[in-house]
Write a protein that binds this ligand. Sequence first.
Ligand SMILES: Nc1nc2c(c(=O)[nH]1)N[C@H]1C(S)=C(S)[C@@H](COP(=O)(O)OP(=O)(O)OC[C@H]3O[C@@H](n4cnc5c(=O)[nH]c(N)nc54)[C@H](O)[C@@H]3O)O[C@H]1N2
Ligand SMILES: Nc1nc2c(c(=O)[nH]1)N[C@H]1C(S)=C(S)[C@@H](COP(=O)(O)OP(=O)(O)OC[C@H]3O[C@@H](n4cnc5c(=O)[nH]c(N)nc54)[C@H](O)[C@@H]3O)O[C@H]1N2
Ligand code: SF4
Ligand SMILES: [Mo]
Length: 667
Amino acid sequence: MKEYKSVCPYDCPDACGLIVSVDDNKVISVRGDRDHAFTRGTLCPKMAHYEKVIHSPLRLQYPMKRVGKKGIGEDQYTRISWDEALDAIVNNFKETIDTYGSESILRYSYAGTMGVIQSPAADYFFRRIGATDQDRGICSPAKQAGFRSVYGDTLAIKPQEAQHSDFIVLWGMNATATDVHILHDVNIAKKKGARVWIIDTHKTYTFSQAQEHIIVKPGSDGALALGMLHIIHRDGLADIDFIKEHVQGYDELVKDVLSDFTPEKASDICGVSVERMTEFAHAYATSRAPFIRLGSGLSRYGNGAMTCRIINALPAIVGAWQYPGGGLLSSASGSKFVGKDVMQQAHVHAPAKRLMPMIKLGEMLTNPEEVGVHSLYVFSSNPAITAPNQNVVRKGLMRDDLFTIVHERFFTDTCKYADIILPATTSVEHDDIYNSYGHYTIGTGYKLIDPVGESRSNWQVIAELAKRMGLEDTFFDLSERKLINQIVRTSIRISKVDQDLILKGESVEMTVPENYKMDFKTPSGKIELYNPHDVEPLIRYIPPYGDNAPFWLIIGNDIRILDSSFCELEFNDPELMKLRIHPEDAKMYNINDGTEVEIYNDRGSVKIKAYYDDEVQRGTLVTLGVWWQSQSSDPHVAINALTADRPTDQGWGSTFYDVQVHIRNLS
Ligand SMILES: Nc1nc2c(c(=O)[nH]1)N[C@H]1C(S)=C(S)[C@@H](COP(=O)(O)OP(=O)(O)OC[C@H]3O[C@@H](n4cnc5c(=O)[nH]c(N)nc54)[C@H](O)[C@@H]3O)O[C@H]1N2
Ligand SMILES: Nc1nc2c(c(=O)[nH]1)N[C@H]1C(S)=C(S)[C@@H](COP(=O)(O)OP(=O)(O)OC[C@H]3O[C@@H](n4cnc5c(=O)[nH]c(N)nc54)[C@H](O)[C@@H]3O)O[C@H]1N2
Ligand code: SF4
Ligand SMILES: [Mo]
C-alpha cells in the first residue's frame, strides 16, 4: 500500500488536503492531510469514504447511446465504443452548425470538479466552434458583486484571521455543513473568549457552535444591516478616524440613507426586535476586531447583491480591517492566484458568440429569444435536479429535436435525457491542480489509479472532440501533466521553490502581502460606500421577489450530500426528504405530524411529508438537500420544481432561496 497527497475536488470552499491510500490499483481509504494550512488533517463526513464513490458499483463504465424514449423511468441505453460515441457527437455538431448555426450548440457545466484543468476544460473548445457560452451564475455571483461594489479587487481576508477575532459572525452560513474547517479557527478564538453570533432564517446544525443567534425573515438581512448601521452611527460608535482616511461616502450614506432608515423600520422588515438589533449592533461595534464570515444563502434572492453590499459596509464603519482578526470574508475566489488563462487560452481572440445565463437553461431550451438550442453538451453538473424551475428544464430536455450529450460519473437524472452518455473519471483517475474559493492553499491531485471502466477525463474528451472537429490548435495536444506544469510555471505568482513543491505534490499556502487587508483596490483607493460606478451609487433596502404565497421555503444544504453529488451513496435513512413546519402553522392547515402534504406555487408542486418542529419560524418551511429523483419525496419531480429562474439584482445569479409556497393537506 502507498500513500499519496491529493485535494478534495468538490465544489466546497474548504478544498481539503487529502492523503489517499492506494493498493493494487484501488483506493483503500482517504484521510485529511495534517500539513494542509487550512484544513489541518480533518475531512467532512461526506468525504470520509471517498473510496466508496470511486469504486461504487453505480459508476458508469463505458459510453452508451439511448435506444428508448427520453425521460425519467425509461432508462434504455446500449453500450457503444468511444469511437462511435465521439463520431456521433461530432456528426451532430457539424450538422447542427450547418443547419442552424453554431450558436445552436450549448454547453452546460458547473463545478462537479473544481480542478483548474477539468472544470474549465471545455471553455476554449466551445468558444472556438462558436457555440453559445454560459454565464456561470448558478452559485453566488451576487455575493461577489456586493463585495466588489464596496471593495473592488481588494484581496479576500484569510479565513485563519478569525482566530484573532474577539467577535465572530457566521452570517447566512451553515458552516457545519458547508465550510466546516472555519469552525477550527472559530474554536481557537472562542477559547480566547470570542463571542460567536449566527444569523440565519432557521435553526441550523451550526447553532450549537455559537452563543448568540438571530433569526431573520428570508431575504431581509439588508434591513437588519441597515438598521445596525443606523444604530452604530446614531450612538457614536463609528470609527470616524478610520472613515476619514479610508472610506468614501459615509456622509452621503448618513444623510441620504440612514437618516430615513430607522431601527423600527428595519425591525418591521426583518422581524428582529429593535432591542435585539441594538444589542447586536453595539456588541459588534464595541468589540476589538469583529470578523464576519458571509455565506451565500442570503445572496440567492432578488436583492442578493444589495444585501451583501450593505453587510460589507459594517466592517468599514467600525474600522474592523485595521486590527488583526477583524474584517469580512465573502469569498477568496477573486484572489486569482491560479487563473484560468491557460485553460481559456486568454491570448487567443475567441470571444463567445452568444452568452446565456445558465439559470435560464429551461427557457433557453423551450422558448429561446433568438436562435434555438439543438445540441446540448452537459458535464460536471446535473441540471435535471439542480437547475431552477425544473419543470421547464425537464420539458426542454424532453424535446425530440434536442441532441443531448452527458459526460458523468454516475447515471444521474440528467443522463436519463441523454442521447449519448460518456463515462467520466473521478479525481484520483486524472491529473489536476486545485485552488480554493475559501482559503489560500494550492495543491495538485495527480492520477493515482487507472480509470474505472472506460472512463475518461473532461480534458481527454474535449481534446479528442477538438481534433475530430478539425481544430488544429496545438493546445489540444497537451497532456494534463503538461498543462499543470504550464499553469504552475506561468500563472501562479510564487517563488520557484514553492512552484517546485506544488509540482511535487505538496500543498502550499500563498503568502499574502503585508498589510493586504488595508490595501483597498478600488478606483478611489478607499472603501466605497458611495460607488459612482455602481448602477445605484448608494445602498438602500430592496425587497426580495417572493411569490405572494403564505410560506417561505428554505431549501438548506444537507450535511450528507453536496448539491446532488454523493447522492450515489447508500443512506440508512428511509426518508431523505422531509418538510419541517411549525405546529401552529400546521394546525391552521389541518396538517398532522408526519402526514403527506403538497407544497406548490405557480411553477410547480411537490409532495412531501411534513413534521412538526417548534424551532421552525411561523411562516417558513424547511427542507434539506437537493436529492436525486429516486430519493425524492415525490415520484415525479424534485425540489427545484418550486424554485424560480429569476435573476439576482446583479450578476445573473440564482435565487434558490427566494421561493414562497402554498401548502395543502393530502391525507
Ligand atoms: N454539505 C454540503 N456542503 C456544501 C454544499 C451542499 O449542498 N451540502 N454545497 C456547496 C456549494 S455549491 C456551495 S455554493 C456552498 C454554499 O454554502 P453557504 O455559503 O453556506 O450557502 P447555503 O448553505 O446555501 O446557505 C447558508 C445558510 O444561509 C441561510 N439563509 C437562507 N436565506 C437566508 C437569509 O435570507 N438570511 C440569512 N441570514 N440566512 C439565510 C440558509 O438557511 C443556510 O443555513 O456550500 C458547498 N458545500
Ligand atoms: N434548490 C436548490 N438548488 C440548488 C442549490 C440550492 O442551494 N438549492 N445550490 C445550487 C448551487 S450553489 C450550485 S453550485 C449548483 C450545483 O449544481 P451541479 O453543478 O449540478 O452540481 P452537482 O449536483 O454536484 O452535480 C455535479 C455532477 O458532476 C459530476 N462530476 C464530478 N466530477 C466530474 C468530472 O470530473 N467530470 C464530469 N464530467 N462529471 C463530474 C458528479 O457526478 C455530479 O453528478 O446547484 C444549485 N442548486
Ligand atoms: S467536501 Fe469540502 S469539507 Fe468535505 S472533504 Fe471536500 S473540501 Fe473538505
Ligand atoms: Mo454553489
